[in-house]
Design a protein around this ligand. Structure first.
Ligand SMILES: [Zn+2]
Length: 81
């Protein structure tokens, strides 16, 4: 799974903010609530470190994310929040 740090700038009140998602998706302004603001810039935080058999183990470059083992033995990542 990919992981992105998205940078937003509100079209209504000019408030800048960032948020992390698994895609480059729209977000709502935390200051005035303007809906569906698109990110003007996104940083890909996903880093592929190693290949484990047929699987790539991905360590995201973010302190808010932790690794987890899934029931089927695959490795995924989940937000800490
Ligand atoms: Zn706003």
């Amino acid at each position: 799974m990919a992981w992105f740090l998205n940078h937003y700038l509100c079209y209504r009140c000019d408030t800048p903010w960032t948020d992390e998602w698994s895609c480059m998706c729209d977000d709502d302004c935390p200051h005035c609530g303007a809906r569906h603001t698109s990110p003007y810039k996104s940083k890909d935080l996903t880093t592929v470190i190693e290949k484990d058999g047929d699987t790539f183990v991905v360590y995201p470059d973010s302190p808010r994310i932790r690794r987890t083992s899934l029931p089927n033995g695959a490795i995924g990542i989940l937000p800490n929040g």
